[in-house]
Design a protein. Structure first.
Length: 85
């Protein structure tokens, strides 16, 4: 009698590891901000909308600043030759 295991008799394998994170995903933050705005009373919705607009403009300014910083060539450190007597 043959006692070799059949391919179907293999134990189940562990699932593959999850893929590495791709970075920050701001979509959940925007959903929360929109939910807060919609849940606020009418008297406050305009102020909250202005606050969210200011937050997004600030975020945009930070991204622009960072991209400008990345585009600049790196400065070489200033080296001064000091004569040794």
């Amino acid at each position: 009698m043959n006692t070799e295991p059949l391919p179907d008799d293999e134990p189940p394998r562990a699932p593959p590891p999850p893929p590495p994170p791709r970075g920050f995903d701001p979509s959940s933050l925007f959903l929360v901000l929109d939910g807060l705005r919609r849940a606020a009373p009418r008297e406050v919705q305009g102020q909250l909308t202005d606050l969210i607009r200011e937050f997004l403009l600030t975020l945009r300014s930070l991204i622009d600043w960072y991209l400008e910083r990345l585009d600049r060539p790196r400065r070489e450190p200033e080296v001064e030759n000091i004569p040794i007597d």
